[in-house]
Design a protein around this ligand. Structure first.
Ligand code: PNS
Length: 165
């Protein structure tokens, strides 16, 4: 049986923390779907297509094995349904703090109710636990250096976006 997982998130933009989780997930599953999900409670800086594109570029830049990866977006509808349709038995969620688990736990339980999909929680790499997409956006918008937190592809795209505003 092929073991398929979905790695969902806003990824606005993907940080080195996200990409570390993704790399480790490719070692555990035969196929990993990177899914950029529209989260109505957040106002994104980048379109879904831009976010997906930055992830693809970052995967190339970091030399992550692309062969098990599939890339997609979910603009509406349930994550559990996406997992069902694509034969995925697992969702990957990275966590940095206990607060992340508190936020994720009820979602994992609802997703399991909806389709039986399991959520696999992966701890963030040591040293990246404080890095988040929102902090990266804030630091970058105030002129700070984000090169420790994101790939060159993401840093460049952020600069472009901020220059255009
Ligand atoms: O990176 P984020 O914003 O924390 O990711 C949250 C996300 C997008 C994965 C979550 O909001 C989600 O799963 N949305 C899809 C809609 C859905 O299935 N909602 C019910 C989940 S309980």
């Amino acid at each position: 049986m092929k073991h398929i997982a979905v790695y969902p998130g806003s990824f606005d933009p993907a940080t080195l923390g996200h990409l570390g989780i993704l790399k480790r997930a490719t070692k555990l599953f035969d196929e990993v779907h990177v899914l950029v999900v529209h989260n109505p409670s957040k106002k994104p800086m980048f379109s879904s297509a831009e976010r997906l594109n930055m992830i693809k570029q970052s995967v190339r830049e970091l030399g992550i094995d692309i062969s098990p990866l599939r890339f997609s977006t979910l603009e509406s509808g349930l994550l559990a349904e996406y997992a069902d349709i694509h034969g995925a038995h697992a969702l990957i969620k990275g966590f940095r703090t206990v607060g992340d688990i508190e936020y994720e736990l009820p979602m994992s339980q609802v997703n399991n109710d909806l389709s039986g999909v399991e959520t696999i929680f992966m701890a963030s790499e040591p040293g990246l636990g404080y890095v988040s997409s929102s902090l990266v956006k804030e630091v970058s918008s105030l002129g700070g250096d984000i090169s420790k937190y994101v790939t060159k592809a993401v840093a460049e795209k952020m600069r472009e976006k901020l220059d255009a505003d």
